[in-house]
Design a protein around this ligand. Structure first.
Ligand SMILES: [Zn+2]
Length: 435
């Protein structure tokens, strides 16, 4: 992480503020502005950690804060330790320690053994802006707490950021959820991650998730998830991309041709100005003509389809991983509108509409036909065209993207049912593809 000091702003300052708050300090609002209160909290943390209270966050501060950023620390056992005592000592739950350490026999704890201690708060923050750096911290934390999760990089963005896929479950049948194809719709990233954490916790501790048996889902369906398809774009929108960098300058130059689109908040594309959800080979030429008529003929903050289908490393990665698997159902998360899109052209995959209606009942969202001007070349379109299986674009929340994080609790509540239905219909084995 960068060295941060008084007066700095941006997403990395928010990560610092989050870490300080989790460590029990009071950095003030987690708004990404390094003010007096953040400095005072940082100095208090430095003293507690045995560091010189400079009020500047350098490498030693980031190292000392790391457990709070990833939500766990490693404890080496000493005489007298029991898991129960460790849970009390670290203000966490015994169930969380057991889940994180499946190799440990609680009755035979040895001295000098390394125990992963999940700290007493969720790993996935839902009250600060996301960035590729925050995603990596969250994934490190989830992997430690829930060792049954697997994570891999399925490709790289234009700027070389890994495109992470997380896998959970042991079912033969697979579903695929993705989020943040569009940069300023990054609120969909914590949505998928918070769901994953809730599901993993319920499974790890033998519990229910919204009344459903997590273990039955786990054995019935394999969930694959790419929570941030467009990390470079997200970094641009949330202020995590260095404004001195060439990539930022290039994006700014592109944006200057579109003065009607606010910068960077109106940015949906990847970092070189291709709208990733218009870059899939599903009536791509139609999309190109429609968007060209609207004035989008080259790199733009949104709505440029790219020089050809799958021209971008991000869409190539998602396309490739889809071909490598056999997904029975996909959800592609976007904002906004509280809508569920389920069709492509005249394709009507069996049971697709019925499932969409169940999702609508669970969420209060409306099932919609896609408006003509945006009904082509999206990921869901390509999936339905290729597999004739249920695929949905879910548009969360209401207002102007990026949606304010105040909407997050409501968005999570609404979508929990949708996310569970997607797993359940596949775990049940009642989709026609199985028969
Ligand atoms: Zn979108």
């Amino acid at each position: 992480m960068d060295t941060l000091r008084y007066g700095d702003t941006g997403s990395h300052v928010q990560i610092l503020q989050m870490g300080l708050a989790r460590a029990g300090m009071d950095p003030g609002p987690q708004d990404g502005i390094f003010r007096e209160q953040t400095r005072t909290a940082l100095q208090a943390f430095q003293i507690q950690a045995g560091l010189t209270p400079t009020g500047i966050a350098g490498p030693y501060v980031w190292e000392a804060l790391h457990p709070y950023l990833v939500g766990y620390r490693v404890h080496t056992t000493v005489r007298g330790d029991t898991l129960y005592r460790l849970a009390r000592q670290y203000h966490t739950r015994l169930g969380a320690i057991l889940t994180a350490n499946p190799q440990i026999d609680p009755g035979r704890l040895r001295i000098g053994q390394a125990v992963i201690i999940p700290l007493g708060f969720p790993v996935v923050p839902t009250d600060i802006a996301y960035s590729s750096a925050l995603l990596e911290l969250v994934l490190e934390g989830l992997r430690a707490r829930f060792p049954f999760l697997t994570m891999e990089s399925v490709g790289r963005s234009i700027l070389g950021r890994p495109l992470y896929m997380i896998t959970m479950g042991e079912g033969e049948r697979e579903v695929f959820y993705n989020a943040a194809h569009h940069a300023n719709e990054w609120i969909t990233t914590p949505l998928l991650l918070a769901f994953l954490e809730a599901y993993a916790r319920a499974y790890g501790e033998g519990g229910l998730l919204s009344g459903m048996d997590a273990a039955a889902l786990y054995s019935g369906v394999t969930l694959r998830m790419v929570p941030m398809v467009n990390p470079d774009g997200v970094d641009l929108v949330t202020g995590a991309l260095d404004v001195e960098s060439d990539a930022y300058t290039q994006a700014l130059n592109i944006a200057q041709n579109y003065p009607g689109i606010p910068f960077p908040s109106g940015w949906k594309a990847n970092i070189r100005g291709v709208d990733l959800n218009l870059n899939y080979p599903a009536e791509w030429n139609t999309a190109r003509e429609i968007k060209a008529a609207q004035g989008f003929t080259g790199p733009a903050p949104r709505d440029y389809v790219g020089p050809n289908p799958l021209s971008e490393p991000e869409t190539q990665a998602i396309h490739g991983l889809t071909l490598d698997h056999d997904f029975q159902l996909i959800l592609a998360y976007h904002s906004q509108g509280e809508l569920i899109y389920w069709k492509f052209l005249d394709y009507e995959p069996a049971r697709s509409f019925e499932i969409a209606q169940d999702m609508a009942r669970a969420s209060g969202y409306l099932v919609e036909e896609v408006p003509l001007a945006s009904g082509y070349a999206g990921y869901k379109d390509w999936f339905i065209q290729t597999y004739d299986r249920p695929g949905y674009t879910i548009e969360v929340g209401r207002g102007v993207s990026p949606l304010p994080l105040e909407q997050f609790p409501g968005i999570y509540r609404d979508n929990l049912g949708i996310l569970l239905i997607g797993l359940q219909v596949v775990a049940d084995g009642t989709l026609p593809a199985d028969q």
